[in-house]
Design a protein around this ligand. Sequence first.
Ligand code: FAD
Ligand code: UQ1
Length: 413
Amino acid sequence: SQSYKLVVVGGGAGGCSVAAKFSSLLPKNHVAIIEPNDTHYYQPMWTMVGGGMKKLEQSGRPMSEVLPKNARWIKERASKFFPKENRLVTASGEEINYDYLVIAMGLQLDYNKIKGLPEAFNTPGVCSNYSTLYVGNTLESLKNFKEGNAIFTFPNTPVKCAGAPQKAMYISEEYLRKHNKRDKANVMFNTSLGAIFGVKKYADALEKVVKKRNIAVNFRHELVEVKPDTKEAVFRLLDDPAGATKTFKYEMLHVTPPMSSPALLRANKELTNEAGYLEIDKSTLQHVRFPNIFGIGDCTSLPTSKTAAAIAGQNKIVFDNLRFLMDGKKLSQKYDGYTSCPLVTGYSKCILAEFDYDGKPLETLPINQAKERMTSFFMKKELMPLLYWKLMLNGWWNGPSTIRKILHLGTGR
Ligand code: FAD
Ligand code: UQ1
């Protein structure tokens, strides 16, 4: 068996950034990262890949290059937690002991909860920006589009980047317009939710966008089946007491899959809340039952929108509070729920949503970010990837709160 001062499970956005911070603090190989994948993906780029603005290869880097050099990489899947005994076991049966544990396992995609998927991804028109396997189908579907419905879905579960399902739609709508196919297309957003966005300021702006672009929005529609033979998509009407369904023909169908906490995490009930997410304190990010365990990112119970931007706001809190704990000090840092969603509305514009736990806008720039802007788009497309690879993954990006405070000097935000 092996022993480490700190073990981090997951080498994604959260795990890698936290491990980087602790690797600079602790001696060599006192930190171990458990992560089975060879490639680390910058997932936010997939929205751009779907629209043909970036190549899939540009979104991935070898895991060996992004994980901190000072840490031990255990290239395995964690398979069972024993939180009372401060240990876990990997898929190969290796036992790993720790003093402190950070869990950053992300979300699991549940395409198979939709009847007909994932098989229908091998048929024309069915695509999904959420997976490396199917993101290439998006541009393909746009190129091959002749006429009919272009349907974009949103599942009946929490998702990562709640704006991404409609970003795919706005980009596609502009693609069809540019290629003189818009008049043959009926673009629609079929969402399980009852509103276009959770924060009123941005919902108001997005409602204007869909209206102006002649996009139909069907609320409380949950995709339950894809029938590629007849090119039909079946939706459950969530507000119908009898559970009725409605079937739509599609020429293009962009699927955002149901998502859940990873099955392994859900299997360790003492670690999770009722819904299966790692149960941590929403301010300190410490586990509510095991003080030497912290969590970050998509796999946690934090009641904020799941994004890489949120993780940028969380990683300094985890770093500070966990290092205070190691030193026997009080956990004094508090996370405010900061999250951000660059709502790309086409090939050149973006609404930059930023808000906290209360759904209160927390905008970095002293301008109205709910307005569609080319500057926000440039930032999302060109600056964010650099910031992610160069700063965030090295533990040097804690979100824009300092910049915001400087730019809002005297305004009390
Ligand atoms: P991940 O980055 O998903 O990493 C989880 C890691 O845990 C993975 O590497 C996985 O291999 C590993 N793991 C899982 N199970 C185990 C196990 N048993 N043992 C060991 N390791 C395990 N965010 C933004 O801020 N802005 C955006 O514009 C944006 N757009 C997005 C667009 C799309 C299409 C998608 C898919 C996401 C987008 N996001 C965006 C969201 C962002 O990518 C995620 O919120 C972020 O990557 C979550 O980080 P994480 O560390 O929690 O999980
Ligand atoms: C952000 O910090 C971040 O993480 C690196 C993202 O993920 C790619 C984002 O999309 C955004 C918008 C932010 C927030 C940063 C600024 C400067 C507004």
